[in-house]
Design a protein around this ligand. Sequence first.
Ligand SMILES: [Cu+2]
Length: 154
Amino acid sequence: MIEKNILITAGVILALGVVGFVYMRPAPVTKEVVVEEPKEVLQETPTETEEPIVENVAPATKEFSVDAYYDSTGVWFSVKEISVNKGDNVKIKVKNIKGMHNFNIDEYDVKKDLPLDEEVSIEFVADKAGDFIYYCSIPGHREKGQWGTLKVSE
Ligand SMILES: [Cu+2]
């Protein structure tokens, strides 16, 4: 009888050992490495949405202030050169501070009288490239210096 008990006990211990071995066995390691791939595909898409913003830039408005006057040396516009880029909105504020004057740019159909002490605003789109003369058409004024150059760069 004692031998039989020993055998049963040994059998139980053996069975527990087998069960314990199965449960205690470490989980297989190989699965963890494979999962990472899909992330890279998602990060490539946002660059596409940035492109259209660059092309829809609104034209710049370039503003200038010019005085028209005369003195002992001649008749003048206080600004001799106005430089803009083709396509710019150009705004020239001209004020006659002494004498009788007007402001003309033939190629842009600009023709404005300049009443004394009033600021006259001249606006146009610089849609032609090149150098254009602005001048006062009152006899003798352009010859005495009252002109300047509008430079429109391509
Ligand atoms: Cu003049």
